[in-house]
Write a protein that binds this ligand. Structure first.
Ligand code: TRP
Length: 337
């Protein structure tokens, strides 16, 4: 069988929905993984603009959202020279593969997808067929590069399971073309980035004051960190750490140096900790971490030419890989006349 790629590195593929501002949880949960993977694998990272049409038919802000997510990922260290960083709609063959895979997807299995049921419930006036076949399009994104590894969180596990089912069904019916794609993460447990108000993980949609965005300015970062809940401190040595204090330490582990963390851990255990100082230092470390990313994002967003070029380089690489796969697909399916 024809070889798809020039190197024999394993292939990685992941999609990023263009839904606005990224936050610290996105950085430590996903982007950091992507940045690391680009050195070890052949990587395809894609902005899922077509997927967003299933829930956001109004495209007024789509371009701006695509550019923002591209700029933020580049500012975080995604390297368009090392990876193929592209836009889903720029690889037309994806839609072709999506069509073929739709013939292999069973109505029943699509209808019982948890994300479909959730979205249908949230938006009863727009239960469109694209929403139903969302996992088929996602499978096409992955299989078009014959990727083996997909760096995604737990919420995507069912979609990935469906991609494996469609791949296997294809292989069984038409010949062995697709490897089974599996979730991939460097760390066994994904890094947990707690929300600043102790309400669970940092997330886009919840309380904005509890989430640190990569676009937050320095004053906002300081204000958010200083507002995190503390108390008067432990009254006895070696007390059990309350959740909300542990969360502050978890955040420190992301951006502060080990000496500082050790100092405050010791202070806590000695029942002699000044949370005001701790938060001030954490706020400064957050500013040091976030502000260069924010600045780089702003610079890129002001340079549409550079953004377009990044997407062009990416789509060229992605299209090359997609074309190779689709040639094999058309041949194995008998569509080669
Ligand atoms: N569905 C994914 C999400 O909601 C985005 C996505 C689209 C994706 N295509 C993909 C993820 C392919 C991994 C692989 O985050």
């Amino acid at each position: 069988m024809q070889q798809a790629i020039s190197t024999n590195k394993k292939i990685v593929m992941s999609g990023i929905r263009p839904t606005g501002f990224l936050h610290l949880g996105n950085y430590f949960g996903a982007i950091q993984n992507y940045v690391k993977m680009q050195n070890d694998y052949e990587c395809y990272f894609m902005v899922a603009d077509l997927h967003s049409l299933t829930t956001h038919p109004d495209t007024k802000e789509l371009k701006q959202n695509v550019y923002r997510v591209v700029a933020e990922n580049i500012a975080c260290g995604l390297d368009p020279q090392k990876s193929a960083f592209y836009c889903q709609s720029h690889v037309k063959e994806t839609s072709e593969l999506y069509l073929y895979l739709n013939m292999l997807a069973k109505m029943g299995e699509l209808e019982k997808t948890v994300t479909f049921k959730d979205k249908a419930r949230q938006n009863p006036d727009n239960i469109n067929a694209g929403l139903l076949t969302y996992p088929v399009l996602q499978a096409a994104d992955i299989l078009i590069h014959r990727a083996s590894f997909v760096p995604v969180g737990k919420d995507q596990e069912q979609h990935l399971e469906m991609a494996r089912i469609f791949a296997n069904r294809y292989n069984h019916r038409y010949g062995n073309v697709f490897p089974e794609p599996h979730a991939f993460n460097y760390n066994q447990a994904l890094v947990k980035v707690p929300a600043l108000d102790g309400s669970g993980k940092m997330s886009k949609s919840e309380n904005q004051m509890a989430t640190l965005y990569l676009a937050d300015d320095d004053t906002t970062i300081r204000k958010k960190v200083m507002k995190t809940l503390t108390d008067n401190g432990p009254t006895e040595k070696n007390s059990v750490m309350p959740d909300y204090i542990e969360n502050i330490f978890l955040l420190m582990q992301l951006v502060s140096n080990t000496d500082k963390i050790e100092k405050y851990t010791t202070d806590f255990n000695e029942a002699n900790i000044r949370y005001g100082d701790l938060k001030k230092e954490l706020a400064e470390d957050m500013v040091t971490f976030i502000s260069p990313i924010r600045q780089k994002t702003i610079d890129l967003l002001n340079n549409e030419k550079a953004l377009k070029e990044i997407l062009e380089i990416g789509s060229e690489k992605a299209n090359k890989s997609a074309n190779q796969t689709m040639q094999i697909v058309r041949e194995t399916m008998g569509l080669n006349y």
